[in-house]
Write a protein that binds this ligand. Structure first.
Ligand code: TYM
Length: 348
């Protein structure tokens, strides 16, 4: 087995408002991994346009995700923050992967089925090929670890399959060109913590999502304190008091979700939260949760606003990040060209 230098890569789409699910399931994990690994964090604007985006809103959303990364605590002086479309190697590698991945693999992707809905014929080709671009994002950096929420698990499985098929199909060339046994790592997903799948506040069977029609289903990172408190007060629950152990949350999706959110925000386990709140009614728990959410999110909200007031600075962060990202990705893609047999001009 080839040994790969550890590197973290992950991406967030600039579509609509970021919410508590993105924050707890992904962005807080990105922050936590910074001390352990070199990290590359990407605003995936090319993924965003797989469904229609109003151009001016897209520009703002790219800056807004960039601001959220920085406000949450990702340090752009130590790690790479950039937007996907500025680094052409993503699109280039995605095309090669379109020729590695099989139709059958993509046909099984549940996210495409959900997003395309009933009118599959009218979905963009990009939406169907979305996961091969995601594999290219990750493998252009030979990333070994990818922190994501639970909903991305199947896409990461596909990324692993693409890496393995590429390594297998071109094994002879890879060895001949001196790359060892494998050219791409088989990436490990990092799906960890108490909030890998934050659910809607209105329906415990649906995940919290940017596209839910009801704004009361989610807490946006831009919500002010009154809005956060109102949304939590109105969150759907059941009439029972909280159990004293996590086991007692089984079959109580809404209660489990709120306890999970509290656990993630306070960096405790569900059991530790229930040791404190076991037996309490929601009338006691919800205000405590609202207070905690406001306490954790308000500073970030303020910092995001401050950063967004200076778009020139955010654009400069992205431009510098794109240069750093390209420096890592360019030799990886040059290697792919050689392996595949393209005649390369070495001008990347
Ligand atoms: P996106 O933009 O939908 O979501 C960004 C991250 O937030 C996580 N997430 C959640 N986690 C917990 N509970 C939720 N309700 C919730 N909703 C979203 C997602 O799992 C994700 O980690 N395809 C990706 C973007 C992407 C990417 C990549 C990720 C493109 N290329 C390469 C990793 C590596 C997406 O749509 O994320």
């Amino acid at each position: 087995m080839t040994a790969f230098e550890p590197r973290v890569f992950s991406g967030v789409q600039p579509t609509g408002n970021l919410h508590l699910g993105n924050y707890l399931g992904a962005i807080t994990r990105f922050v936590a991994l910074q001390d352990e690994y070199p990290c590359v964090y990407c605003v995936v604007d090319m993924h965003a346009i797989t469904v229609w985006q109003e151009p001016t809103e897209l520009t703002n959303a790219i800056r807004s995700v960039t601001a959220a990364f920085i406000a949450a605590g990702i340090d752009p002086d130590k790690h790479v923050i950039f937007n996907q479309s500025q680094v052409h190697q993503h699109a280039e590698l995605a095309w090669v992967f379109n020729c590695v991945a099989r139709m059958g693999w993509l046909n099984r992707m549940t996210q495409f089925k959900e997003k395309a809905g009933k009118d599959k014929e009218n979905a963009s080709v990009g939406l169907f090929a979305y996961p091969t671009l995601m594999a290219a994002d990750i493998l252009a950096y030979k990333a070994t670890h990818v922190p994501v929420g639970e909903d991305q698990k199947q896409h990461l499985e596909l990324t692993r399959n693409i890496a393995q098929k590429f390594n297998h199909d071109f094994a002879g060339r890879i060895a001949e060109l001196g790359h060892g046994e494998e050219y791409f790592p088989v990436t490990e997903p990092i799906i960890q913590g108490p909030a890998t799948r934050v659910m809607s506040l209105r329906d415990g069977s649906k995940k919290m999502s940017k596209s839910d029609a009801s704004d009361y289903s989610r807490i946006n990172l831009t919500d002010d304190r009154d809005t956060i408190a109102t949304k939590i007060r109105k969150a759907k629950t059941d009439p029972e008091p909280l159990p004293s152990e996590a086991k007692g949350l089984e079959g109580r999706a809404e209660a489990d979700n709120l306890v999970g959110i509290y656990a993630a925000l306070s960096e405790k386990s569900r059991d530790a939260v229930l040791a404190e709140f076991g037996g309490a009614p929601f009338a006691t728990f919800k205000p405590a949760l609202a207070e905690l959410a406001v306490e954790k999110l308000a500073p970030m909200n303020g910092e995001m606003r401050r950063l967004l007031a200076d778009p020139g600075h955010l654009d400069a962060v992205l431009a510098r990040g794109a240069d750093q990202a390209a420096e890592i990705a360019a030799p990886v893609i040059d290697g792919v060209r050689d392996i595949v047999g393209f005649v390369s001009s070495r001008r990347s």
